[in-house]
Design a protein around this ligand. Structure first.
Ligand SMILES: [Zn+2]
Length: 108
């Protein structure tokens, strides 16, 4: 395996079992002797592999639906970014219009 950054051959540093991790069972440490990039390779556990297999088995409409939802989320995020300037202005207005103090109702 070569370095992502400089394409030099990576040096294998060792495999470690990951006992506390549910999703990944082995992490392999690699490092680049040329640019000193460090690479950890996480091997999925049986549990995670099964999860992915189950996901692949799901009907396509489910994935299409998830994509659609993601798209809508992105759009609303873009929308909120566009509205940010307006919202800041209206927030200021809100403050001016509502000079309500929380303890105005308490006895003096
Ligand atoms: Zn490198």
């Amino acid at each position: 395996m070569n370095c992502w950054h400089c394409n030099n051959e990576l040096i294998w540093g060792g495999d470690h079992d990951m006992e506390d991790e549910e999703d990944y069972d082995i992490v392999t440490n690699l490092s680049c002797p040329k640019c000193h990039t460090h690479v950890d390779v996480y091997h999925p556990s049986e549990r995670l592999i099964k999860e992915y297999e189950d996901y692949d088995k799901k009907p396509k409409s489910f994935i299409e639906n998830a994509k659609k939802e993601q798209k809508e989320l992105d759009e609303s995020y873009q929308q909120s970014k566009r509205n940010k300037k307006d919202r800041t202005t209206s927030e200021k207005l809100q403050e001016e219009l509502e000079p309500i103090t929380p303890c105005s109702m308490s006895d003096e």
